[in-house]
Ligand binder design. Structure first.
Ligand code: FAD
Ligand code: SIN
Length: 532
């Protein structure tokens, strides 16, 4: 297959870009590819909403810019922050035109929520299922666009570069180029070659690297791992954001249900097991301090009291008020026997968002030619050392637009490469034991959670690296000898991502934003991004 534009990922980033390209080039083909069902994305699970300045009487671009810079703890690229905040309203307007609905007051004005680190009420939302509504609107719009081919259940394995026709490519090679991808078609179990003039990676986050995460099973960091293998630049991977309040359900591993920060924005109070509202001990902004501070405070309270959760107290809400904004959370809690008007909700931090990723410039261009990246897999410079709540949906749309503008200018000067060979599967056999993969995955998640979590130190990081080395060696042996499965490919990608997180964390000899190392508890004067 060959296509002018190839889009990997069907979340907010990939679909926004695909729609714009398809509208601008009705005669060109756009292929959108996803490894799962169309809507199975981090986007679908977004709850709180999208941070955007659309009430200039009470809010301003300057305030949103300042809030983002403060959360980012000295590492945001100010120019990028200004771009995202100022271009955001126009992108949200387009999303509304594509059919996304946000909650309104009786007078027709938008309802605006508040979350940690925001100085104003500016979060547009659709109850507590904002992402589901956005994803619905985008998929409907894509389905109405005749020149978009939407291919589901196709797992992108690797991006094609000069390496695939025999050139030696390493980090020092100038002008590495992307010619398309190899994909594992999950229906035929065959690896296919797809040539593209321009490829966009919108592959989302990597929460599954940890034992408990708010991210669904698709969030395995595939795009970052592919770019690293192709010798592209990856940045700031140590900044993994732990959401302070995932629902604590004993025995539940993997995908944890989120209790949106908007609950605290509406007045929810964190309490420790003694019933004390502990956040005032940690920060004057209390429950609405930026996420890194709240997650660390909860971690510290859990360690102090020897428990696996704290409480989120919503008993002072009226049932009607809670259900109006948070119907999904109300139902979920009730389904496990918690009536939020009578009982507190058990919550604990869970891996939530990757602030680093594929390094891009202000047009979403990666360090590999004709390869763009946007959304959670990208590191644009917006988030710095800690993402401000509800800024990621906004960033995804602003950068999807910027990738579109740049790609549209370039497309007519590009051609396909005819030098790429078909995939060679000679010498591989069906893996005999799936347990080799599932057990290694458990080990990886255990190592990352125990040694590379909210609080780190040098000994833990060294231990983690030694264990990852072994897992890597064993997984490479499997990869070389087995026919490929999504489980094996994801494991391989997640080990790479784990390695990049540990490497970034080991290089950062300071504590800043989401990276807290007890051996270096202060910020260094050297303000730097770590590029691998
Ligand atoms: P995703 O939406 O995750 O899409 C990734 C796509 O890539 C998927 O289609 C996946 O199948 C595909 N893919 C990945 N690897 C491959 C591969 N190898 N081959 C083929 N396809 C592949 N942010 C906010 O701003 N506000 C919020 O309120 C908010 N709430 C959140 C709540 C939860 C529970 C979670 C998990 C996140 C939340 N976030 C929120 C973060 C935000 O939702 C995500 O950062 C954003 O949706 C990411 O969008 P994306 O398009 O980059 O990736
Ligand atoms: C939430 O709703 O608490 C998540 C918001 C975000 O991750 O930006």
């Amino acid at each position: 297959m060959q296509t002018d534009f190839l889009v990997i990922g069907s979340g907010i980033a990939g679909l926004t870009y695909a729609l714009k390209i398809a509208e601008q080039f009705p005669d060109k083909k756009v292929v959108v590819m996803t490894k799962a069902a169309a809507d199975e994305t981090n986007t679908k699970y977004a709850q709180g909403g999208i941070a955007v300045v659309n009430d200039l009487e009470n809010d301003s671009f300057e305030k949103h810019i300042d809030d983002t810079l403060i959360a980012g703890d000295g590492l945001c690229n100010k120019e990028v922050v200004e771009i995202v905040v100022k271009e955001g309203p126009e992108r949200v307007r387009e999303l509304i035109e594509w059919g996304a609905r946000f909650d309104k007051e009786e007078d027709g004005d938008y309802k605006r929520g508040k979350e940690g680190g925001h100085s104003e009420f500016r979060i547009l939302h659709h109850k507590d299922v904002t992402g589901k509504e956005m994803e619905r609107a985008l998929i409907d719009a894509v389905n109405n666009q005749k020149n978009i081919e939407f291919i589901k259940h196709c797992f992108v394995v690797d991006i094609l570069t000069q390496h695939h026709f025999g050139y030696l490519v390493n980090k020092a090679t100038p002008d590495v180029e992307c010619y398309g991808v190899y994909v594992l078609n999950l229906e035929t179990n065959k690896i296919e070659k797809i040539l593209a003039k321009i490829t966009l990676l919108a592959t989302g986050g990597n929460g599954q690297v940890y034992r408990t995460t708010t991210n669904p099973a698709i969030a395995t960091g595939d795009g970052v791992a592919m770019v690293y293998r192709a010798k592209g630049r990856i940045e700031n991977m140590e900044f993994i954001q732990f959401h302070p309040t995932a629902l604590y359900e004993p025995g539940v591993r993997g995908h944890a249900f989120l209790i949106t920060e908007a609950v605290r924005g509406d007045g929810g109070i964190l309490r420790n097991l003694d019933g004390e509202a502990f956040m005032e001990k940690y920060d004057e902004r209390k429950d609405l301090a930026p996420r890194d501070i709240v997650a660390r405070a909860i971690d510290s309270e859990m360690k102090r009291t020897g428990t696996e959760h704290v409480w989120l107290d919503c008993r002072h809400f009226t049932k009607e008020k809670f259900i109006e904004h948070f119907p999904n959370i109300y139902e979920k809690c009730l389904s496990i026997g918690i009536d939020i008007t009578k009982s507190m909700i058990p919550v604990a931090p869970a891996a939530h968002y990757s602030c680093g990723g594929i390094k891009t410039d202000e047009w979403g261009r990666s360090s590999i030619r004709n390869l763009y990246a946007c959304g959670e897999c990208a590191s644009t410079g917006l988030h710095g050392a800690n993402r401000l709540a509800s800024n990621s949906l906004l960033e995804a749309m602003v950068f999807a637009h910027r990738c579109f503008v740049d790609a549209a200018e370039k497309i007519n000067s590009l051609s396909f490469s005819n030098n790429i060979p078909d995939w060679n599967a000679r010498g591989t056999t069906e893996p005999k034991e799936m347990i080799l993969i599932t057990q290694s995955l458990k080990e990886l998640q255990q190592v990352m959670s125990d040694y590379v979590g909210i609080v780190r130190n040098d000994v833990r990081l060294q231990r983690a690296m030694r264990r990852l080395d072994l897992l890597w060696e064993e997984t490479e042996q499997l990869y070389e000898s087995s026919s490929l499965s999504p489980q094996l490919l994801q494991l391989r990608n997640m080990i790479t991502v784990g390695y990049l997180i540990v490497k970034g964390a080991s290089f950062r000899k300071e504590s800043r934003g989401l990276h807290f190392n007890t051996d270096y508890p202060n910020k260094s004067n050297l303000v730097q991004n770590i590029v691998l």
